[in-house]
Design a protein around this ligand. Structure first.
Ligand code: XLS
Ligand code: NI
Ligand code: NI
Length: 459
């Protein structure tokens, strides 16, 4: 890293007040003068006895940060990337990696994630693609040791190349399956070489557009076989990181087999893969599946299967994956409350983290917007972490929930749960006790308690 690519940003620091933001300058002036700065995220500040950096375990992703030109279906790329000459050369890919690690250092992000094809150009043959990847992995390894940054997870892109148009593992033709094996074998090995904490499978095209041409049962079996082979390979090469599946219901396909947490867990159970995989839950994918993010987290946590989080958010009312930076503080509060209640990443998933699988809007095209976007997401998660800790310290929510289930903690409830009562005995007990008082669920009261904790009262 000899040349600075983000010379406009020296280092993003915690400045602890929002006066500059409140100044109310006109938009143009603000854009010119505002340097990105943390107002809430302070890596070493402690929350619930642990530094924020350990709670939040932020990662930046290579694909959106370095490879997303911000094109949309109607318009050309807009992103300014002065370090990138647009070529597919190894030199260009190397310069990109330099720019990325400079970005990580200046933005205080400790981890990163990548797809094989983001990092290095695909060659004419598998051997050439692997040589290209090896060159970039060697460079990334030296950047990692120079900067102390770590790989959260790696993955293979099994959805962009035309050969995968019908799916990769679920393709009707074995050729695509074989190429997917080649890519996963290599991507897993380089993830291992880079000390990756995890390896992700996102089945972008592992689904169908129409059942008219699809043998769903066969395709699900193919996917399971592929995953079994991947697990065996991971063990064979000594990769002890966590293997992750990232659910998403659709887009690009009409239906994806890993459509949400429950469907994915069911798939894993059905094919004897439970225990080999955890889930990488993405907020916008939860939205697309018609779920709240905390639902997806709760389902994964209940099955001891939360692996990691792709931190982003969608746009209300839109039916696609807008991958916005997660700036909604109420959302980040709910996410951090679920994670803290489960014991924090350290306990629930020590190899997990918050990966910003998020892209700037097409209009936020300047290099400095990469900083504004990540800083906004990191600050929103710091707000969420602190707010969740306050909700937990307040204790009213927890008390309410335990009171709500109190009868299950009494002798009869415990005996039923332990399988010591028959249906017949329960029926007789119902006749004996008659109707019992029913307590209110008090949803609105609880929602108001959260607002009361989150927002200061006037005066
Ligand atoms: C796409 C997915 C993808 C995965 C990695 O919607 O989120 O980016 O995280 O392949
Ligand atoms: Ni993702
Ligand atoms: Ni996504």
């Amino acid at each position: 890293m000899n040349q600075e690519h983000f010379s406009t940003v020296s280092h993003v620091q915690f400045i602890g007040d929002t006066a500059t933001q409140r100044a109310g300058a006109r938009c143009a002036e603000l854009t010119k003068s505002s340097q990105p700065a943390f107002h809430h995220y302070d890596a070493s500040a402690h929350v619930e006895g642990r530094p924020m950096r350990d709670h939040l375990r932020f990662a930046a992703c290579y694909w959106h940060t370095m490879r997303n030109g911000l094109a949309d279906p109607f318009g050309a790329p807009t992103a300014k990337t002065p370090w990138d000459d647009g070529s597919d050369s190894i030199d260009n890919a190397t310069r990109r990696a330099d720019a990325f690690f400079e970005f990580l250092a200046k933005c205080q992000i400790d981890r990163w994630c990548f797809h094989d094809r983001d990092l290095a150009p695909e060659g004419e043959t598998i051997a050439q693609s692997e040589r290209n990847l090896d060159a970039l992995v060697a460079h990334a390894a030296s950047l990692q040791s120079a900067t102390g940054k770590r790989l959260l997870w790696g993955t293979a892109n099994l959805f962009s190349h035309p050969r995968y148009m019908h799916g990769a593992a679920t393709s009707p033709q074995t050729g695509a399956f074989l190429h997917a094996c080649a890519q996963v074998r290599k991507a897993m090995e380089v993830t291992h070489a880079l000390g990756g904490e995890g390896y992700v499978f996102w089945g972008g095209r592992e689904g169908y557009d129409t059942l008219l041409n699809t043998d769903l049962a066969r395709e699900r079996e193919q996917l399971a076989r592929f995953l079994h082979m991947a697990v065996e390979h991971a063990r064979a090469i000594g990769f002890n990181g966590v293997l992750l599946i990232e659910p998403k219901p659709h887009e690009p396909t009409t239906h994806q087999y890993d459509s949400d947490s429950e469907a994915t867990l069911n798939f894993l159970r059905e094919f004897g893969l439970m225990g080999s995989f955890k889930l990488n839950i993405e907020t916008n994918h939860a939205t697309l599946a018609g779920h709240a993010m905390e639902h997806e987290l709760a389902v994964a946590i209940a099955a001891n299967s939360l692996g990691s989080v792709d931190a982003n958010m969608g746009t209300a009312g839109l039916g696609w994956d807008t991958d916005r930076f997660p700036t909604d503080a109420y959302l980040t509060t709910r996410i951090m409350l679920a994670i803290l209640n489960a014991g924090g990443f350290e306990q629930v998933s020590p190899h997990g983290g918050l990966n910003f699988d998020a892209k700037r809007r097409r209009e936020s095209f300047e290099p400095v917007d990469l900083f504004h976007a990540h800083v906004a997401g990191m600050d929103a998660f710091a707000i969420g972490l602190k707010a969740a800790a306050r909700i937990r310290a307040d204790g009213r929510l927890r008390e309410f929930v335990s009171a709500r289930y109190a009868s299950w903690e009494m002798t009869l409830g415990k005996e039923i749960r332990a399988g010591q009562r028959t249906l017949e005995q329960c029926a007789q007990e119902a006749q004996r006790i008659g109707e019992t008082p029913i307590a209110s669920g008090r949803q609105e009261m609880l929602e108001a308690i959260i607002n009361d904790i989150l927002f200061a009262r006037d005066g």
